[in-house]
Design a protein around this ligand. Structure first.
Ligand SMILES: [Zn+2]
Length: 376
């Protein structure tokens, strides 16, 4: 691990160096953001996001003494450096989105950290922290399908913009999002778990019926493919101002110890991001007026013994990451030597992009991320 970290540090130095001397940077034009897209990749570790395939983990999944270089996974995703490996795993993210349109925080080897403030380090507390701007450790302490008692930034934006429910929409693979994303049932559009999605396009109708014919190993989680296609159909047809896409295949495969499928899920998520971005930038309404934030609810263990797991006692599960791609923000590549970011700042950051102060709804919410709005 030590050598790998050293390599990251040396190779990535040129990226985003202006963070060291931001006074010389031209300030971005303000207020071009008219639409928000939030994407989460459940439990995607910083190790794979910043370093691609983890050889120690791969080795731990093979028979004693087996050569990892003989595996399909190695052929698909291995390369000599962390930069090459992550680009093989998520080429759109690294070679297009972060090179041309956005930046990523959370590479601790470069002096950038994104951390949870909730102590639980599992999904509902993480998503609630992202969406409400605050950890509520004593109230939100399970993944049970219980209504979120706290209003979310999605509900806040819907109210501030006086939008109908179709204009603020959440599509999620995990059914419990029905309870997480809104404290008032029906405030926004939510489609989660094995829920049918009613849409005039016959292709989407077919997908909606197929999802129950293609069960996953997990009762409350459908395949991300359905979630993605429903979300894009909604985007095309209803043109929401705020879209939340919550993907989750990777977390479930990781829990099952399937490192191959965990990595394939991340690679697939990258292709979904590419298609989503292609739609956004190819569409007159969304082009150059859409801010995309991509993040994660929690990390996972750091070692071959605990990479499958997360939770209060799992070291590493507090380490997360955050991508911001916005026509209003000039940051590119990786953050380095930057102030820590907390997960509870994401909600206020989303609101700020549309010109609103989340403190109106929740004075206890984390503040908008200073580095993102430097110069505004
Ligand atoms: Zn999990």
């Amino acid at each position: 691990m030590t050598t790998r970290r050293t390599a990251v540090f040396l190779v990535v130095v040129p990226v985003c160096t202006w963070l060291l001397g931001s006074t010389t940077v031209e300030v971005a034009a303000q207020g071009r953001t008219r639409h928000l897209v939030l994407v989460t990749l459940d439990g995607a570790r910083t190790q794979e996001i910043f370093g691609g395939l983890d050889l120690d983990v791969l080795r731990s999944t093979l028979a004693e003494g087996a050569d990892p270089s003989g595996t399909d996974l190695y052929r698909r995703y291995w390369a000599a450096t962390p930069e090459e490996r992550r680009a093989r795993l998520m080429p759109f993210l690294w070679e297009r989105l972060l090179a041309e349109h956005g930046s990523i925080a959370g590479n601790q080897a470069l002096g950038s950290r994104v951390l949870l403030t909730n102590r639980h380090r599992f999904s509902y507390p993480g998503y609630s922290e992202i969406l409400t701007g605050q950890a509520h450790d004593d109230v939100i302490e399970s993944n049970d399908p219980v209504r979120n008692p706290f209003p979310t930034v999605l509900e806040f934006l819907k109210r501030k913009l006086s939008l109908p429910a179709s204009q603020v929409a959440a599509f999620a693979s995990w059914s419990v999002f029905n309870w997480i994303v809104e404290h008032e049932e029906g405030a926004i559009t939510v489609n989660a778990g094995f829920e049918p999605y009613d849409h005039p396009d016959p292709r989407i109708r077919l997908l909606s019926s197929l999802q129950t014919e293609t069960p996953t190993p997990w009762d409350t989680v459908r395949h991300d493919a359905y979630t993605f296609h429903f979300a894009v159909a909604h985007l095309r047809s209803y043109r929401p101002r705020v879209l939340y896409l919550a993907l989750g295949d990777d977390d479930d495969w990781a829990h099952d110890g399937r490192y191959d499928r965990y990595l394939d899920s991340l690679a697939r998520a990258d292709r979904y991001l590419e298609r989503l971005w292609a739609f956004v930038q190819g569409d007159e309404q969304y082009r150059d007026s859409t801010t995309v934030i991509i993040t994660v609810d929690h990390g996972r263990g750091r070692t071959p013994a605990d990479w499958t797991d997360h939770g209060e006692d799992v070291e590493g599960a507090q380490d997360v990451w955050l991508v911001v791609a916005s026509p209003d923000v000039p940051l590119r590549g990786e953050w380095r030597d930057a102030p820590d970011v907390s997960q509870n700042q994401i909600a206020a950051t989303l609101a700020r992009f549309l010109g609103f102060d989340l403190a109106e709804q929740n004075p206890e919410a984390g503040e908008p991320i200073g580095t993102v709005f430097e110069g505004w």
